[in-house]
Design a protein. Sequence first.
Length: 532
Amino acid sequence: MTNPDFQKQLTQPTMPTASFTKNKKEEKLPEKIGPYKIECLLDKGGMSILYLGLHPFNQDPLTIKVLSNEYLSNAEMVSRFLKEAEIIALNDHPNIVKLYSQGKWEGGLYIGMEFIQGISLRQYLLRNLISLKHALDLTLQIALGLCHFHTHNIIHRDLKPENIIVTDSGGIKVIDFGIAQLLSDVKDPETHEKRLIGTPVYMSPEQKENPALASYPSDIYSLGIIMYELVLGKLSHGQIHISIMPRGLQKILTKALQPNPKDRYQDIVDFIADVSDYLHSPAMAKENKELDPLSDLSDSLRHAHQSLEPSKLPFWPDLTVGFTSYKSLGATNLYYDFLDLPEKAHGIIIGQPIIKGAAGVLNISVLRGMARALCRFTMSPQELTTVLNTLIIDDPMHPEFAFSYLVLNPKENQLRYISCGCGNLWLLAQDSASVKKIDSNHNTIGQDRSTEFKETVHPWNKGDSLFYYSCMGSTPELSGIELFTDDEVQSFVNSPLKQSPQKQVDVVARKAKIALTRHPNENSLVIFSILR
């Protein structure tokens, strides 16, 4: 159906790629771009560089996009960069990345945009089972963003999974408007130079023939390919077979993917209406059960996992608690719990099964039930972990967990802590200038019945701060991954008076999540800070 050589063509032929790829040097991280302090490099693309910046007043994160030095003298690249900022500025929609500022700096031009934590739709598609209902939900979110574009006379022209972000909360954000075009700027198709602009697999036939022919139906064609891939559950690589789609979708896809744009949907609103009607039809429910039992089960397990998590932070008098957790959009399982213990003590349990997927959710349920029962009978993490280890080894499922348990006892001015391949705890005493690491590390529980567990007991007084950080991977080899050095963690903890525990946690979590984007594996993250 497609020409393999055509798919390999460059989509931005005016870019002098050779000079960039062969002569690029490691650039020093700028301290500031415009008013924004630069934290780190996020990504380096063909014509631009992305940095993480912090707002000077509220310290909120932003993505700072700058035009690479190689293209500052290229009039077309400068024009395209400025046009991108103009187009983003016209849009204010929950499914479209937001613009905060744009301007000049000593290094050239920049755009300050919303920082989005998530992964591309391409990565999401490769990593996850997607039910038919979820595929249509994602399609509709993209379509609503596209509707907003078209309402403002904007053609995206490069809609593809790489330019769509699935956020941590499961929402959709459309990004990258480098070749988007205001309809009023379209030149005469007869006189316009025919240069390929876009991504061939997702481009409509008329856009392949001449970019100036791109119109609203061209974007709808691209969205049709994306919906096909979401329902298919994998990338199509340009091979479209509508006959394998659910019956109720075949008519919609056929119309969206008509070779002649005049035969296609002319208005994205009509496409949205047809997809919505099918989504809420009895036919969809029937076809979903017939075609998608595994992915439907995946959605159910995800909801079951969420029901095991605490709905809110605990209220503990005389303590200020900051907490955050993060799971990659893959099937990483994570368990955490806040416990009210006898004698007005408090407990925090963190656990993650070594196995992932459906079995991991079941294992979490087992761990949660056992731990909650045992904590009523003992205030000792050592005793609880020892008994828990025996019970888990005797369990028919033979689960294995990374596990940590912290008991805070204000009455005795004491903390008790144990970690089994699951993070580290630091303490900053009120009368001390240095941070102390509370060591209590063991192998994961569920491995060996003869393991001797030993807890660490430490004074814990008013004014003391605690900081816990754990990053766990989806395999035993990746559990306990260290994103920060001990010195870096000490620098986070050593300024508790300058920010609240929650603000401290948010700052560290932001740095950790950025570091995790460089790891291709599924990871989970738990950070908490407690000020007494």
